[in-house]
Design a protein around this ligand. Structure first.
Ligand code: ADE
Ligand code: ZN
Length: 331
């Protein structure tokens, strides 16, 4: 599966940090992050709220724009290893300068420089989707949206919301999404991971997003599934994440195949791969085992992802070419 060229639309930058990278940075900075790792050096957490706490504790060692540039280099190396040709990664001004626009600019400049250096050498193309953190509340989301709008360009191309879906309602964040939409950013929202179908419906209606992060619990309302299919809403599905966090007991019980069979635009991503002991090739292998998905199915999913990507037309064409799916190329 590693050799299949892939796209990944749902990847949290800090959540993709190799544990050794975070441990190394903690050592350099003499930071105490005990409780983040288990005795084998893996990220350790009990449940989703605890996962979010551990995520934030690990992130606390990333202090400067230079730290984030190094993280981009480390993460894109992992993506290259997985055959990823294009990825979008979630970035949070809350973790990068505390929502201050001028500080955020420095972080973006550093991350963009690192990402473009990788791209120039023929490595994965990386774009950034600024995300507010739901459990930090709507006021911080407004600052995140402002940061996104102020830095929109070749690297920052989207806006979204992550964090604890059980806190607040999508409409609380509508102001920040309106700002981002008016700036011209692509929009996505985590929904239907911990919240049920209503959460997905509200994200679509109140935030007017073209993509949903996860969205899998839409399966509990088939009328909603049909509506997602009709409206062409793209789901950034992360099956390994859902299984690791206990949303579904095993791969063949995950609804991704049903959603796909019912005509929903499904894509596959890893979310926070080292936290969930997964890789994108690993996800493909498990989907092949559980549902018999083959190279042709994966090629189709990757084409859907390239078409839903928050990048400019020239980049999309380059991605499609690398996927072997550009106009005129065999499917
Ligand atoms: N932040 C990082 N991973 C997340 C997830 N799976 N859901 C919500 N917020 C997140
Ligand atoms: Zn996520």
């Amino acid at each position: 599966m590693k050799s299949i060229p892939k796209t990944e639309l749902h990847l949290h930058l800090e959540g993709a940090a190799p544990p050794a990278f975070i441990a190394g940075l903690a050592k350099e900075k003499h930071a105490d992050i005990s409780g983040v790792f288990d005795e084998r050096g893996h990220y350790a957490y009990d449940d989703f709220p605890h996962f979010l706490q551990v995520y934030e504790a690990a992130t606390s060692v990333l202090k400067t724009p230079e730290d984030y540039a190094r993280l981009v280099t480390a993460v894109t190396a992992e993506l290259a290893e997985q055959g990823v040709v294009y990825a979008e990664t979630f970035l949070s001004p809350d973790f990068c300068g505390g929502g201050d626009v001028s500080a955020w600019r420095d972080y973006v400049a550093a991350m963009q420089e690192a990402a473009l250096a990788v791209e120039a050498q023929g490595g994965p193309i990386l774009r950034g989707v600024v995300t507010c953190i739901r459990h930090f509340g709507p006021e911080k989301a407004k600052r995140a949206a402002l940061c996104a709008a102020e830095t929109m360009g070749d690297f920052v191309t989207g806006y979204g919301i992550a964090g604890n879906e059980m806190m607040g309602r999508p409409k609380d964040f509508a102001w920040s999404f309106d700002l981002a939409r008016e700036a011209g950013l692509g929009l996505t929202a985590h929904a239907g991971e911990w919240g049920g179908p209503v959460s997905v419906k509200e994200a679509v209606e109140d935030l007017r997003v073209s993509r949903i992060g996860h969205g899998v619990r839409a399966i509990e309302d088939l009328a909603l599934v049909d509506r997602l299919a009709e409206d062409g809403i793209v789901l950034e599905v992360c099956p390994g994440s859902n299984i690791a966090l206990g949303l579904y007991p095993k791969w063949d019980r995950h609804p991704v195949c049903q959603l796909w069979e019912r005509g929903v635009k499904v894509t596959v991503s890893t979310d926070d791969p080292p936290f969930f002991h997964t890789t994108l090739s690993g996800e493909y292998e498990q989907l092949n085992r559980a549902f018999g998905w083959d190279e042709e199915v994966f090629a189709g999913l990757n084409r859907v992802a390239a078409e839903a990507a928050f990048c400019d037309a020239a980049t999309r064409e380059r991605v499609l070419e690398r996927l072997g799916a550009a106009a005129g190329q065999a499917a």
